[in-house]
Unconditional design. Structure first.
Length: 388
């Protein structure tokens, strides 16, 4: 037992961050050698993108809310850095833990690294190999300066090793977002969202779109909406509209659309929606993962994916961005049955416990600073119990 607890600063700022940090915060009390602060950057500050997720996922109120939202990528990143630095200076964490690939994750990593605070990156090593994606830049830089890299699928380790990262810094632990999905799946099944919308299970398609490459260019967004309109001639298409996309719809979708447009959904409602769909079309990385576990055919409306394991498992297919190809892929998927669920390795609801197991080994008797250099690679199956 250490003479005092190891303090972790958990950084979250967006809807996908909340899903990833929730199981870590839930696991934290099982490890009495650790304590933690939840720092919400405010990157997603609207109620539908933030508040409801705290309620649905039973996340405690943040210890600190930086209140950063809006602005360009650079403005947002810089503002998080400016507001986070004095918070870390005051709270003196022994570790900053970031999740995912958003601007908040990058900003927190840079601040901590410059303050010589060790950084752990959960969901490390994912690569789309498309640097036009803001998230790809965030991933590469975050991984380059983080001390401990927790990967969710084998490609993460392969990518990190190819980039020259020492194996001693890489730990394959599984997928924390699936920890959340498995915990709340049954509760989500009791959601009445389908009844409120007026659709029947397995008789509708669900869509999400928010990537700049798909929604910022009017011609591309108009083409994708045309695909969805044609698909709606076969079955209802439910489209929870991301705020980024909503701001661009009026210019490209005049009149009354055939699509069923909704506001962004709470977590439990959204899991019920995609879990009950006949087909899901998305440009979201997280939805690719969720449909893999839910056993729902997924078409990814991109030319690449940073989550290749979802393709390998047979639930997800890269449909590209060409309207004809997407429509052909959609009709083909509708003709087929639901794919067999084959959870990827370590997507079993125990990723958060594995992460704390690794951190306990790292910090036991350490100086709480930089990696000692002789850390062994995470055991893929063994999990020790929390310290008493």
């Amino acid at each position: 037992m250490l003479p005092s607890k190891v303090r972790i600063a958990f950084i979250a700022g967006t809807r996908p961050n909340f899903m990833k940090v929730a199981p870590l915060l839930r696991e934290l009390p099982n490890w009495p050698q650790f304590t933690g602060d939840l720092i919400h950057t405010g990157q997603h500050s609207s109620p539908e993108m933030s508040d409801s997720f705290f309620e649905d996922l039973e996340i405690p109120e943040p210890d600190v809310n930086l209140g950063v939202s809006g602005g360009t990528h650079s403005q947002q990143t810089a503002e998080v850095m400016l507001r986070l630095e004095p918070v870390l200076e005051q709270r003196q964490p022994d570790l900053v833990l970031v999740v995912g690939d958003v601007n908040s994750s990058l900003a927190a990593t840079l601040v901590a690294a410059k303050m010589h605070i060790p950084v752990a990156h959960v969901e490390a090593g994912l690569r789309s190999f498309d640097r036009r994606m803001p998230e790809e830049i965030n991933r590469i830089v975050t991984d380059a300066v983080s001390d401990y890299l927790f990967t969710s699928e084998p490609s993460g380790q392969e990518n990190l090793l190819a980039e020259g990262c020492p194996a001693s810094r890489i730990f394959f632990v599984g997928n924390v977002m699936i920890d959340t999905l498995l915990r709340y799946r049954e509760k989500a099944s009791r959601s009445q969202v389908l009844e409120r919308i007026g659709v029947r299970p397995r008789h509708y398609a669900a869509v999400t779109l928010h990537r700049p490459s798909n929604v910022d260019e009017p011609a591309q967004l108009r083409a994708l909406l045309g695909v969805l309109e044609k698909l709606s001639e076969r079955l209802p298409v439910v489209f929870p509209v991301h705020p980024r996309t909503r701001n661009r719809l009026p210019a490209v979708l005049p009149g009354a659309p055939a699509l069923i447009l909704t506001d962004p959904m709470r977590y439990l409602d959204f899991i019920r929606l995609i879990g009950g769909a006949r087909l899901v079309l998305t440009d979201s990385g997280g939805v690719q993962e969720e449909t893999t576990i839910l056993g729902v055919p997924c078409l990814t409306l991109r030319e690449n994916t940073e989550r290749p394991v979802t393709i390998e498992q047979g639930t997800n297919r890269l449909a590209g961005t060409d309207p004809e190809q997407i429509l052909d892929a959609a009709f083909s998927a509708l003709e087929g049955g639901r794919p067999q669920v084959r959870p990827p390795e370590l997507w079993d609801g125990m990723a958060s416990r594995r992460i704390f197991h690794v951190l306990a080994n790292i910090f036991s008797g350490s100086d709480r600073a930089r990696p000692r250099g002789q850390l062994t690679h995470s055991d893929r199956s063994g999990i020790t119990e929390p310290s008493e």
